[in-house]
Design a protein around this ligand. Structure first.
Ligand code: ZN
Length: 474
């Protein structure tokens, strides 16, 4: 569904929207709007008639009612950390920033739930859970600046999905403002509710195209009492898969993260991080960052040592280091974060956020690497990600010394090449970042046609005038 060309909104019309939130909470000057218009990777730079910062649900309701009446498109936005352009106003749309809706309405430790408004930062939600001796387990790189509303709208994944699931698994209820301004009060705390369609799941992962999430009841979990973290050197990605199975079978639900890192991404992190050193004495082709947690006082350390010793004895792994302190654990996770940051220092990088069945990950990486290297000799695959979820960030760094602009100009060509391998394994072209604008056209090509028909029917039913985040996702 391409957005129709719309003439710029008249100042009189913009003033009607501004009046709803008050001048103090509307940003009209394009210079002042910059942090709402440009996304992190610099792939998109938008423009907006007005950035509105409502402070209450009834203001959002009034904005959408007016937008619906006048046919004015709206782009909902949380922390503006999305990676696919979904939160950027590309055609001059009004931005509806949810950041001022940042109240934690309730922590109900007895029900293990927490009710957060959409603009609550993920890190603040985690902190509120910790204060009640619980955890909210969603965890990802942008957690200090991304919001709960954005996490739900994009169905965020992250590093703990292996044990706790993705964002959509962590929600019991939602409050949503619909396109026509009506408010759906669905903030229930029920684990069991068989009264028909699970409406909340329609809005989670819909990227703001079906309604605006304003609050959510989130699930809390017992706080871990023990955490053990290991960094393991491996001869192959296949061995990493073997280790994953071994660790999971030996520790039950205690495996909370299992991150795969190739040698090249680790080298990038070591090269560009301040004072980083290789946790292992020698270099290996692959690494796994493994974390176990238990909310009981279990001897996880001994169990992890036993598993790793058995893996060493059977030549499944080459070497391993277990963190002895919180500092050492943080240093290992810092290396994992640097894998993401350091790619920027190696020139242009073409990104893929894909998933395949867990058992197919090694073959996927091998075949996709070969395909990309055949397409662009010297291109450098930088594979890393959440092996336990079958979700690999299969990024491609430009050949050393190549022209960055010329390399990045081949973005979609490289995507097509990698996604063809994804398709072969029955995978997904977006595992955790969403579709936004970046993958919209490709989604239309690769998604099952019946599924696309159903998605378009839902869009027409819930947003008949097409005012909610037009041109994104569909
Ligand atoms: Zn990720």
């Amino acid at each position: 569904m391409n957005p129709l060309f719309r003439p710029p909104l008249s100042p009189e019309l913009v003033a009607r929207f501004v009046a709803i939130v008050g001048e103090k909470h509307a940003i009209i000057d394009p210079g002042d709007q910059a942090s709402y218009l440009i996304e992190e990777r610099g792939l998109y730079r938008g423009r907006s008639a007005a950035v509105l910062r409502p402070g209450a649900v009834d203001e959002i309701s009034a904005i959408l009612r007016l937008a619906s009446e006048l046919g004015v498109p709206i782009v909902p936005q949380g922390g503006n950390t999305g990676l696919v352009g979904g939160q950027i106003p590309l055609e001059g749309e009004i931005v509806l920033s949810l950041r001022r809706l940042d109240r934690i309405r309730e922590v109900d430790a007895g029900s293990d739930t927490m009710t957060c408004e959409a603009g609550v930062l993920l890190a603040s939600a985690q902190a509120a859970a910790a204060a009640a001796d619980r955890i909210f387990p969603l965890s990802l790189g942008a957690e200090a600046s991304c919001t709960i509303g954005g996490n739900l709208a994009t169905n965020a994944g992250g590093i703990a999905a292996l044990a706790y699931g993705v964002a959509r698994d962590l929600v019991l209820g939602l409050e949503v403002v619909l396109a026509d301004g009506r408010v759906w009060h669905g903030l229930n705390k029920l684990k069991k509710d068989n009264t028909g369609y699970d409406l909340k799941q329609l809005f989670i992962g819909a990227e703001g195209t079906l309604g605006v999430i304003t609050a959510a009841v989130l699930k809390l979990y017992p706080a871990p009492k023990t955490t053990e973290t290991a960094f393991v050197g491996l001869g192959s990605a296949q061995s990493a898969l073997g280790l994953l199975a071994l660790v999971q079978n030996s520790t039950g639900g205690a495996t909370t993260s299992f991150e795969l890192i190739g040698r090249l991404p680790l080298e990038f992190a070591l090269r560009h991080g301040d004072g980083q050193r290789d946790p292992l004495a020698r270099a290996y082709p692959w690494y796994a960052l493994v974390e176990l947690k238990s909310s009981a006082r279990e001897p996880l350390r001994e169990r992890l040592e036993e598993v790793l010793a058995a893996a060493l004895a059977s030549d499944l792994i080459e070497d391993a280091a277990i963190a002895d302190s919180l500092d050492q654990r943080n240093a290992l996770w810092r290396l994992r974060e640097l894998v993401v940051e350091a790619q920027k220092r190696e020139g242009g990088s073409i990104k893929h956020d894909v998933s395949v069945p867990v058992a197919a990950v090694p073959d996927f990486i091998a075949q996709a690497s070969a395909a990309v290297e055949a397409l662009i000799p010297g291109a450098r695959p930088v594979p890393f990600g959440h092996l336990g979820d079958g979700n690999i960030h299969f990024n491609i760094s430009q050949p050393v010394g190549a022209d960055t602009a010329a390399f990045l100009a081949r973005w979609h060509e490289v995507n097509d090449c990698v996604h063809a391998v994804v398709e072969k394994f029955g995978g997904s072209i977006s595992a955790e970042h969403g579709i936004g604008r970046l993958k919209r056209d490709e989604l239309a090509r690769v998604k099952d046609s019946v599924a696309l028909d159903l998605m378009r029917s839902l869009k027409r039913a819930l947003d008949p005038k097409g005012i909610l985040n037009p041109g994104k996702l569909l």
